[in-house]
Design a protein around this ligand. Structure first.
Ligand code: ATP
Ligand code: ZN
Length: 286
């Protein structure tokens, strides 16, 4: 162990699979048995501890682990201060106020004097405080959606990703008050060798995350349209251009932002591009 970086990962839940997938996509190999509490990577100084997500901030701050992957909500709710080294973007969800449709909601002020069931009292309280609203939190650790029906709360503040669970329980999402996604956290006082390992992990992660938002596009184009096409593609330093056997034509390749992809695709077609080929990028550096 000693010099190896120890990562706390959720043992089983919404974060588990994606957390491990993210590390695997960095070219780090390991075998994780779903019942094991520990695992070790081969060829990279990284070990894993599989724990409940609630325990991750504490383990990292106590030094049981050096880094961890946890929902921002769990981190904020724990009140533990850790360095957030990356927002990993997955497991995104929102903390929303929900209530029966009949509850007339005009903003947080409508919660004045009401009972609000939640598993995130600290986050909820800090948001209510900001608005100067006084409400009574009802702290429950699960099944928050049934508390209104059960008569112990007037509204709830719960994590939502699609909203179907709320609907199924006869509740209406009134307002999103907080957003979360999985974050990579680190202990502040890492030893030098662990710092080096973390830096190397982050370099790989960044390459993987950057590539996620890009597509690689390759197409043939009449030579005289190159300047226009380069404008359409935009952003990049310069597309790679290769001559084709047919003198009037060239082959062009470039990375394109995923969000702009369809408009780029259509504009290129309108410019006369042919044989457009689109590929996912696995890893990339800027
Ligand atoms: P554990 O057994 O490890 O304590 P858990 O039941 O507390 O697990 P999960 O339900 O696996 O936790 O959720 C883990 C994290 O996934 C949440 O803290 C949150 O950041 C995120 N998440 C994403 N979508 C949702 C959702 N719809 N409901 C709850 N959490 C969500
Ligand atoms: Zn939990």
């Amino acid at each position: 162990m000693g010099n190896r970086l120890i990562a706390a990962i959720q043992k089983s839940g919404r974060l588990s699979e994606k957390s491990l997938e993210m590390i695997k996509s960095c070219g780090i190999d390991f075998y994780a048995d779903s019942r094991a509490l520990k695992a070790s990577a081969s060829g990279f100084p990284l070990d894993f501890l599989f724990v409940r997500d609630d325990d991750i901030p504490g383990y990292v701050s106590d030094g049981v682990a050096d880094i961890g992957i946890v929902g921002r909500n769990e981190l904020d709710e724990s009140g533990i201060e850790l360095e957030i080294v990356r927002d990993l973007g997955f497991a995104s969800c929102r903390l929303s106020i929900a209530a029966p449709p009949a509850f007339e909601y005009k903003g947080l002020e409508s919660l004045e004097g009401k009972r609000i069931a939640t598993s995130y009292p600290r986050i909820l309280q800090s948001i209510l405080n900001e608005k100067g609203v006084k409400a009574t939190p009802v702290v429950v650790s699960g099944s928050v959606e049934i508390t209104v029906d059960a008569g112990i709360a007037d509204a709830i503040a719960d994590l939502v990703s699609t909203g179907t669970t709320l609907k199924m329980n006869g509740l209406e999402e009134k307002e999103c008050i907080y957003r979360s996604s999985a974050v990579l956290v680190s202990r502040k006082d890492l030893e030098e060798e662990k710092k080096i390992a973390l830096r190397s992990l982050l370099e790989r992660l960044d390459a993987v995350m950057l590539a996620r938002h890009k597509k690689y596009i390759l197409f043939n184009l009449p030579k005289d349209r190159l300047e226009k096409a380069a404008e359409v593609i935009g952003g990049m330093k310069s597309p790679t251009v290769t001559p084709l056997m047919d003198e009037g034509w060239i082959s062009v390749q470039s990375a394109v932002d995923e969000g702009r992809f369809w408009s780029v695709f259509e504009e290129l077609k309108a410019l006369g591009a042919e044989g457009i080929l689109v590929m996912n990028i696995e890893k990339m550096t800027e």
